[in-house]
Design a protein around this ligand. Structure first.
Ligand SMILES: C[S@@+](CC[C@H](N)C(=O)[O-])C[C@H]1O[C@@H](n2cnc3c(N)ncnc32)[C@H](O)[C@@H]1O
Length: 254
C-alpha cells in the first residue's frame, strides 16, 4: 500500500489512482512534443501569452458579483500541462492559478519543449483544494474534462464549490460517461452524466446523485452539447454561480 503526501495538510492512500497516471503523462508528452498533435490550434492557444480569455468565461462574467476593478482570480484545476482559460482581456486583469496533480511531470515536459511566458501548473488535487486554498478564495474555478479523472469526485466537487467566492462561479465541464465508453482505461475511472433530475456520478453499474450539491447554488446555464462540434451530449458544461456556502450533509440528503 502506498500512502502519499498530496500536500502539507492531507495524507491518504491513492495508489490505485497513481497506477493510472503514466498513460496521462504519455498523452500530454506526445501533445507537447508534437505541438498539439491532432489539436494544433489548442496547443497554439495554450502556449500564446496573449491568448484572450475564452468566450465561455466572458459570457459568464456579466452574471457574477465580482469586482472587475481588481484582477479576476481564476483557478484552472485539473488543467493538464497548460490552461485553456486564456491569459488576457482588454477590460480587466486576470490572476490565473493553474493546478494539476501531475504538475511536476508536466513542467519537466514543458521545460524540454522550452515553453515559456505562460502560467505553469503547480501540484494540487481537487480533493485537497479547500485545505490548500481556503474557503471562498477564487472568483472563478475552471474544471474541464478532469473531475471524472479524480480519486474521489464527490469530495472533489465539494472542494471546488467551497473554494469559489460567494457571487463567483464554478465552470464544470465533462464528456458524459467517458469511463464507460473508454472501458475504464487510464484515469477514466468515474462517469459524470446528467438526466432529467440533473448531475449524477456512476461507476460500473452503481450511481449516486450529485444534484444536491449543485442545487444549493444557482445554475446560470447548462450547455448539453459540444460547442466545437455541435454534437448533443458530447459534452456537458455547467456554469454555476455560488450563492451559499456548501453543506455536504444537506446536499446528500435524499
Ligand atoms: C484529460 S486531462 C484535462 C486537462 C484540461 N483540463 C483540458 O481540458 O484539456 C485531465 C487532468 O485531470 C487531472 N486530474 C486527475 N485527477 C485529479 C485530481 N484528483 N485533482 C485535480 N486534477 C486531477 C489529470 O492529472 C489530468 O491532467
Amino acid at each position: 500500500m502506498t500512502v502519499a503526501t498530496l500536500d502539507n495538510t492531507v495524507t491518504w492512500d491513492h495508489s490505485a489512482w497513481n497506477q493510472h497516471t503514466p498513460s496521462e503523462v504519455k498523452f500530454w508528452d506526445q501533445w507537447i512534443m508534437k505541438e498539439g498533435h491532432h489539436w494544433p490550434e489548442d496547443y497554439k492557444r495554450r502556449t500564446d501569452p496573449q491568448a484572450p480569455v475564452t468566450q465561455l468565461m466572458l459570457d459568464l462574467i456579466g452574471e457574477l458579483d465580482v469586482d472587475l476593478a481588481a484582477p479576476l482570480q481564476i483557478m484552472d484545476i485539473g488543467s493538464g500541462p497548460l490552461s485553456y482559460v486564456g491569459y488576457v482581456h482588454d477590460k480587466f486583469a486576470i490572476d490565473l492559478t493553474v493546478v494539476d496533480p501531475l504538475a511536476d511531470e508536466y513542467n519537466r515536459l514543458l521545460d524540454q519543449a522550452n515553453v515559456v511566458d505562460v502560467p505553469r501548473p503547480q501540484p494540487g488535487y481537487f480533493e485537497t483544494a479547500l485545505a490548500t486554498c481556503g474557503e471562498n478564495s477564487f472568483d472563478a474555478v475552471w474544471c474541464f474534462n478532469s473531475l471524472d479523472h479524480s480519486i474521489d469526485p464527490v469530495h472533489g466537487l465539494f472542494n471546488l464549490l467551497s473554494v469559489v467566492k460567494i457571487g463567483g462561479s464554478l465552470v464544470l465541464s465533462f464528456h458524459p460517461n467517458e469511463a464507460e465508453q473508454g472501458d475504464y482505461g487510464g484515469l477514466h475511472q468515474w462517469n459524470l452524466d446528467v438526466d432529467g433530475e440533473g448531475l449524477l456520478l456512476n461507476q460500473k453499474g452503481k450511481q449516486m446523485r450529485l444534484q444536491g450539491l449543485i442545487a444549493q447554488q444557482k445554475v446560470v446555464k447548462r450547455i448539453d452539447y459540444n460547442a466545437k462540434t455541435g454534437v448533443k451530449k458530447e459534452r456537458v458544461t455547467y456554469l454555476i454561480k455560488k450563492t451559499a456556502n456548501v453543506n455536504l450533509s444537506q446536499a446528500l440528503l435524499t
